[in-house]
Design a protein around this ligand. Structure first.
Ligand code: URP
Ligand code: ZN
Ligand code: ZN
Length: 468
């Protein structure tokens, strides 16, 4: 019978980026088939009274099983990473197929598909990382890949094995303009960082806290401004990723106020961590080494304010999972190394949404902004809307049913990633996803991950970025 439903969520207090309404949600064949009160019965039903029912999160920036140099290894692959995402209410992830210098972009994509195949629990897309924009990459590979559903790519202004020079940045931006793709930019001035690093090491400063001294706000501010100038020159939209505080925000506001199509992303580490978390000499500070580094309380306030005011398009985790007690992680070769050799990045897939939801409870952002920043806008920017990012008839039934009052003290022991720590240990949040559906399948029930098999998540070719 065409009206038969597989599942009905009853009495849902549905919240999207723009609306809030009470409805039953009827699911058929993995999609939302009906919305309305008093829907017909289904073989499986869930009473959502007292809960908030929101679209599953879309994490538009995370790193899973990314090939690493020098004997390093990410702790999470597509299985453990998507398991962790799911338990935190995220139902789509977009990690990076990273090109190594000298490698073809297509080879990087093929390799990354092999890594994902049979491992993901939830749907996923790929961004590209363009580290070697040869004439062949620019003229052949990149346009073909954009055509085939890889419509966003990241470029780095720092990291020796990844960074592009200004001329290369302009070349990549120009391909994005011609073929309708979105360039994500890691904005930090590489030479400034190198110069500062040398001086810090020369003065005997080796410990993790020096990482923050080597990457002060001014190096992010300068690169952010330069990236905006490039976008203006080429006349193309850009997205500045992992913005850490007031200086870079000021540049982004400046660009936006000139009518330039500048989008920006921030991450929970810039709302909840500070440079103090990198320690004062002790190696454990390596757990919070990421780039740009977390700054100070005034910058945290600036990030929250900019979120409320709409400067940012999205909040992503930038989950970059390296275990602490791991010779392939934060202690390369089993040693406590100088700050410039600590792998950059922190875990955060599972905690992204609850940490941002705390901002809703504290009145820093609205509930609709929460959905917009964590689900709708990433789905739109990365060409997955309206299939992902909302609760509407025809959309995938990717749904997180939140208990808005559940109090949780974040503890690594309760998380589902494969990393041996969380930088958010001990932070209290109020609100956590209680049930999570991915393409109609109830995969988390009453906070418990059900027995699910790896490989049910599907690759999502991306459409054109929707920048509205
Ligand atoms: O420190 C960070 N952010 N590591 C992940 C890689 C990146 O630059 O996003
Ligand atoms: Zn980056
Ligand atoms: Zn990243």
């Amino acid at each position: 019978m065409p009206n038969d439903l597989d599942f009905v969520i009853r009495h849902a207090d549905v919240v999207t980026a723009s609306d809030r309404f009470t409805s039953d949600i009827g699911i058929r064949d993995g999609r939302i088939a009906m919305l309305g009160q008093g829907l017909p019965p289904a073989p499986r039903e869930l009473d959502a009274s007292g809960m908030l029912v929101m679209p599953g999160g879309v994490d538009g920036h995370c790193h899973l099983d990314q090939p690493m140099p020098d004997g390093l290894r990410m702790a999470d692959d597509f299985f453990t990473g998507t398991r962790s995402a799911l338990c935190g209410g995220t139902t789509t992830v977009i990690p990076f197929a990273a090109q190594a210098k000298g490698q073809s972009l297509q080879a990087a994509v093929d390799d990354y598909h092999r890594r994902a195949e049979g491992r993901a629990l939830i749907d996923y897309g790929f961004h590209l990382i363009v580290a070697d924009p040869t004439p062949h990459v620019l003229a052949e590979e990149l346009p073909r890949l954009i055509q085939n559903g890889y419509t966003s790519f990241k470029v780095y202004m720092t990291y020796d094995d990844m960074k592009l020079n200004d001329r290369e940045m302009l070349d990549v931006l120009s391909v994005a303009r011609e073929h309708g793709a979105l360039v994500m930019i890691h904005a930090e001035n590489s030479d400034c960082i190198g110069w500062l690093t040398e001086r810090l090491l020369g003065r005997g400063l080796h410990a993790p806290h020096a990482h923050a001294l080597a990457r002060p706000a001014v190096v992010e501010r300068e690169a952010t401004h330069r990236a905006i100038a490039f976008a203006e020159l080429v006349d193309v939209p850009i997205l500045i990723v992992h913005v850490s505080g007031a200086d870079a925000i000021e540049q982004i506001r400046w660009g936006q106020s000139r009518g330039l199509p500048i989008h920006a992303e921030t991450c929970p580490q810039y709302m909840y961590l500070t440079a103090d978390d990198l320690g004062h000499g002790e190696y454990e500070g390596a757990k919070c080494v990421c780039s740009p580094p977390p700054r100070d309380p005034a910058n945290q306030t600036a990030v929250w304010k900019a979120l409320r005011q709409g400067v940012f398009s999205l909040v992503s985790s930038d989950h970059a999972p390296f275990s602490y007690d791991d010779p392939q992680g934060k202690k390369p070769g089993g040693k406590e190394v100088s700050f410039d050799h600590i792998p950059n990045g922190i875990p955060g897939l599972e905690t992204r949404l609850p940490l941002l939801f705390r901002g809703v409870k504290e009145g820093r952002i609205s509930l609709h902004q929460f959905v917009e920043l964590t689900s709708l806008r990433p789905a739109k920017l990365y060409g997955l809307y309206p299939r992902k990012g909302t609760i509407a008839v025809g959309a995938d039934a990717d749904i997180a049913v939140w208990d808005p009052e559940k109090r949780v003290t974040i503890a690594n022991a309760a998380l589902h990633h494969a990393v041996d720590y969380t930088p958010y240990e001990g932070i209290e949040v109020s609100g956590w996803p209680r049930h999570v559906f991915s393409r109609g399948g109830l995969l988390v029930e009453d906070g418990t991950l059900l027995d699910i098999h790896a490989g049910r998540g599907r690759f999502l070719p991306a459409g054109r970025p929707d920048l509205d």
